[in-house]
Design a protein around this ligand. Structure first.
Ligand code: NAD
Length: 359
């Protein structure tokens, strides 16, 4: 009873026309920011996360505390726990699901391939099964990835471009997710929006990502490994600042439309959409390092090696005109500015602020 009350409180809507959103992966990087933004504008939010140890779980716990102090409950549980999901839908008639829980990272797939199948395929299907049977059925917005473009060499990447050459198991599970969600849209009338995020960075970010681990190593005086591609070409990424991604998530939730089925039966045509959410200005990885050095006021020890062929792609670059047309998506933070905010957060979070020589 106490638990149900907490869930209901967290799902309470505080604006007219607001939504109640189940955010999966809420203790993750993007999930934390999206949950806070929804709560701030008066929507009801309930989080779900399994707090796995793919990276430092204490960072996830710290994000959870931040969410709790802003009135967002994060229920601890796994996507594959159908009973728990059904219980949540019994307590709250969620209008929307923001599905961000996943096994992320391309390289870890070499070590633990099954974790990708567990979260990104089995977990996704479990969630869709519960959504399909919920009454009313929620609209679903979920995180796919720019990695579905794989070894595509036509840039910038547009949504209709080929996605049949994934370079990692991670990419393959995201591509599978796009096919699986399409099936649920088609058969059961679930409203589905897939978002192909392009290398998201910012405060409370993911320690496994390059900008984060570079920062850590630079500050600790350790070398950083920079990959280069064929013919010694620098890798480049369309780094996208978290606040821009959050705006894209909220914009797509707001325009996601209604599911048209109920109790597993389809009635009409529910929308199925896929959007790129990127920054449209790729930056080469060595330039990322230059910017970090300037912000940290410390020189990096560069160790430049050939890309080992473990899942990385040479470059990414988003065409964002579809999201721009659909909900006015327009990224506004350049890498220089966004990394400054990240570094400020990093220094404060890890207690560097009192050290001499660092701002
Ligand atoms: P993240 O790892 O910080 O967040 C994912 C969260 O999901 C984690 O807190 C994890 O504990 C949770 N989780 C994983 N499997 C779960 C399961 N089976 N049940 C319940 N919870 C589970 O990653 P992020 O960077 O915030 O990414 C959010 C989403 O965006 C993911 O789907 C990711 O694949 C996608 N994405 C991220 C980026 C990026 O650059 N950050 C780029 C493209 C796509």
């Amino acid at each position: 009873i106490q638990w149900e009350k907490q869930v209901r409180n967290s799902a309470q809507i505080h604006r007219s026309g607001g939504m109640s959103v189940l955010v999966t992966g809420a203790a993750g990087f993007v999930g934390t920011h999206v949950s806070l933004a929804l709560k701030k504008r008066g929507d009801g939010v309930v989080g779900l996360d399994n707090f796995n140890n793919y990276y430092d779980p204490s960072l996830k716990r710290a994000r959870k505390s931040l969410l709790n102090s802003n009135g967002v409950l994060v229920v601890e549980g796994d996507l594959n726990d159908a009973k728990l999901l059904a219980k949540l839908f019994d307590v709250v008639a969620f209008t929307h699901v923001m599905h961000l829980a996943a096994q992320a990272g391309v390289r870890y797939a070499m070590e633990n391939p099954n974790s990708y199948v567990h979260s990104n395929i089995a977990g996704l299907v479990t969630l869709l099964e519960v959504c399909k049977s919920a009454n009313p059925q929620p609209s679903i917005v979920w995180a796919s990835s720019s990695s579905v473009y794989g070894l595509n060499d036509k840039v910038p990447f547009s949504e209709a471009d080929r996605t049949d050459r994934p370079a990692s198991l991670y990419a393959a599970t995201k591509k599978a997710g796009e096919e699986i969600t399409h099936t649920y849209n088609h058969i059961y009338g679930l409203s589905i929006t897939g978002l192909r995020f392009f290398t998201v960075y910012g405060p409370w970010g993911r320690p496994d990502m390059a900008y984060f681990s570079f920062t850590r190593n630079i500050l600790q005086g350790k070398p950083i490994t920079i990959y280069r591609g064929k013919n010694r070409a620098d890798l480049a990424r369309d780094f996208t600042y978290i606040d821009d991604i959050v705006k894209g998530c909220l914009g797509s939730l707001d325009t996601s439309g209604k599911s048209t089925g109920s109790g597993g039966k389809k009635k009409g045509n529910a929308p199925f959409r896929i959007f790129n959410l990127g920054n449209t200005s790729p930056v080469k990885v060595p330039e990322l390092v230059n910017i970090l050095e300037r912000h940290l006021k410390v020189k990096a020890k560069r160790n430049i090696v050939d890309m080992p062929g473990n899942g990385d792609v040479p470059f990414t670059h988003a065409n964002i005109s579809y999201a721009q047309r659909a909900f006015g998506y327009k990224p506004t933070t350049d890498l220089q500015t966004g990394l400054k905010k990240f570094v400020r957060w990093y220094l404060s979070y890890y207690g560097y602020n009192n050290r001499k020589g660092l701002q």
